[in-house]
Write a protein that binds this ligand. Structure first.
Ligand code: CA
Length: 222
């Protein structure tokens, strides 16, 4: 899971990054609204945590801009603005959740899980493909209740594909995501990694198909 955190309070930003990384999330942080907008155009994130009071622009402008461009990722506003009118505006402009500072870390994590559940796994904490199951809270992969031991790279790769089950994921996206989780690979190395992962998950009725010229597709084996 790849999260973009836009926050100009360095202490808060560092603390949050650390806590969320410990929970298995990949974090990219910035204190600049302009840079955040560029990142959101170039890269693919699973969730945006957005402060409103930023040095170079209002976070609400970022929200408006991405919704105008039909960038569909879930957005959680994290702000000191606790006026009900700000909350209403945030939700109306396309935020999925709104949490005011000071906040409890446990509550923020619970809200992140809820958003991910709602947006990616049909209101469940588990995503199933064949006999494989990804727990989106602890990022564990199991099959029939048994833990499957995968390398960090295999796990990162499988998570990218599972979140898009049934859809083709292009190589560029895979490469971007792997780089964000510290597992950067060259194009031909991605092919090798996919090949190995395909073998690893075959016994669990899950299949990675190559869609020539487009990318890879994870499906349950029929
Ligand atoms: Ca701020």
């Amino acid at each position: 899971m790849n999260i973009l955190l836009v926050e100009d309070d360095a202490v808060l930003s560092n603390g949050l990054s650390l806590a969320l990384q410990q929970n298995g999330y990949t974090l990219i942080t910035t204190d600049s609204g302009q840079y955040a907008l560029q990142l959101l155009e170039l890269e693919d994130f699973d969730l945006l945590i957005l402060d409103l009071g930023l040095p170079d622009m209002d976070g609400m402008q970022i929200l408006r801009s991405i919704r105008h461009k039909k960038i569909a990722l879930p957005v959680l506003i994290l702000t000191a603005r606790d006026d009900v009118n700000d909350r209403i505006e945030g939700i109306n402009q396309g935020a999925d959740d709104y949490l005011t500072k000071p906040f409890d870390l446990g509550e923020l994590e619970a809200r992140i899980h809820a958003l991910i559940r709602r947006c990616y796994s049909g209101f469940s904490d588990q995503i199933h493909v064949g006999q494989l199951e990804l727990n989106t809270q602890n990022h564990e992969i199991t099959a029939n209740g048994q833990h499957i031991n995968l390398s960090a790279r295999e796990l990162a790769l499988l998570e990218i594909l599972i979140l898009q089950t049934g859809k083709v994921v292009c190589k560029d996206r895979i490469s971007q995501r792997l780089a964000a989780s510290g597992e950067a690979l060259a194009d031909n190395a991605i092919e090798v990694a996919i090949h190995r992962l395909r073998k690893r998950i075959e016994p669990y009725q899950a299949e990675i198909k190559t869609v020539r010229g487009l990318g890879y597709l994870l499906e349950a084996q029929s």
